[in-house]
Design a protein around this ligand. Sequence first.
Ligand code: PMP
Length: 436
Amino acid sequence: MMKQTSTGPAEQADFWRRASRALAGGVDSPVRAGRAVGEPTPPIEQGSGARVRDAGGHEYIDYLCAYGPVLLGHGDARISERVSETLAKGAVFGATHPEEVRLAERLISRFPSMERVRLVNTGTEACMAAVRLARAVTRREKFIRFDGCYHGHSDEMIFSAGASSQSSPTLGSGISAGASHDVLVLPYNDIFAVDRAMRAHRHEIAAIIVEPVCGNMGLCLPVAGFLEGLRDLSRSFGSVLVFDEVITGIRVAPGGAQAVLNIRPDLTCVGKALGGGLPIAAFGGRGDIMAKLAPEGPVFQGGTFSGNPACVAAAHALLDAIEADPAFYERLERAAERLADGLRQIMTRLGLGCPVVQYSSMVDFMFRKGPPHQNMPQARQADSATYARYYRAMLQRGVLLPPSPLELMFLTAAHTDADIDTTLKAAAESLRLLAA
Ligand code: PMP
C-alpha cells in the first residue's frame, strides 16, 4: 500500500525551484526534465506494483518503469527483503563475493553467447568495455553502430544516438574529433549500408554494436535478415558482433532477444531489468575474447562497485522470482498484447492510422502514418508536438508515459488486465481529444 501524502501547487513550485538550483538542469538525467513534452516527469515519491505516486498525491499507472528496469513491479518484497538482508551483512568489500560467481554462472547458463561474464554497474560501462575488448582482439580502430541505437553516454557512443541524447560530434557537446573519428554511424535495418562500409573499410572494423530490438527510437524491430546479415558480415570480415541487450536482456526472455531470434553474437551487454531496479549490468561472450580482460589479458576494465553484494542479491532475487513462475514471460506478453491490441482498435476507430508496435513486454506507437518505422529518419518524421499533448492528456488521466516520443512503454508483471483497461479508456479519451 502506498502512503498518502499531498503537497499543494505552491510547495511543488518551490520544489522545482530548489531542484533547478541544486541539480544541474533540475535533474540527474536529462530526459527527466521532459523538454519533449513541455514539463518534467512528476517527482515520484513512492511506487507499489504497477503504480507510482507523486509528491502532490496523484497516483499513476506507470509505463515509464524507470526506462526498463522495473520488471516485477515497484516495491517488490522479494527484492527488497533480499537486499536488506544482504546490506545488513556489509554493503561492499572490494573482494570477490561468492554470490557474484553464482550470478555470472546464472547468466552463462541463460545466454547462448556468454561463455564468461564480467559484472559492471551500468549499461554505459558494459558497452564501452565491449568495444574496447573488440579493438584489442582485432587490433582495429573503427567500429560501426546505428543511428537511433543508444549504447550509453561515453564519448564515442553519445552522438547520433537514439533516445533523448541530443549530442552532436562536436566540441560544443564535449566530443573531441578523435572520439568521433573511428565511429561509423549507419542507418538501422540497412544491411546494404553495412556491407558497403565493411568493404570500404576492409580490415579496419573492430566491432559492429547493435540493439537487436531497438528501444531507443521508439520501438523499432529488426527487418528480416538484418541481424543475420550483421552476423554473416562480421564473421566474413573478422569483426566482433556485439548485441546491446541492456533493455532486452532479461526483459524479453531468459536468454534475451538473441535466444528468441536465434542469433549468437560474440559479445552481449545486459543491464536495466537485471538488477530488479538496482544498478547492475554485465557484459560477456566468447571465452577467447573475454580472456583478453585484465588481469588475464591487457584490456583493463574495473570498478569499485562492480559486482557489489546488494545489487547482486537483487539480481538473484529477480531471477528467482522469474524462475518460480514458469508462465512469467507468457503472462507479461499477454498483458502487452492486450494493451497493443486495444490501442490498435482505438487508432482504427478514430481513423488515426498510427501503427502500434509490440515486442514482448514493450509497446509503442508514434504519431505518424504508414507501416511501423524501420530507422531513425522515419522515427524523426513523427509528430512530436502531438505526442506532447497526448502525454499531458494521459498524465491528467492517471497514466504515466515516457516523456519523449523516442522512448517506449514498458509493462511489468504487476500490470493487471484492469490496469490495462483503465489505460485504454484514458488513451481513447486522450486520442479522441487530439483527433477532434
Ligand atoms: N544500452 C541501451 C540499449 C540502453 O537503452 C541504455 C540506457 N537507456 C544503455 C545502453 C545505457 O545504460 P545505462 O543508462 O545503465 O548506462
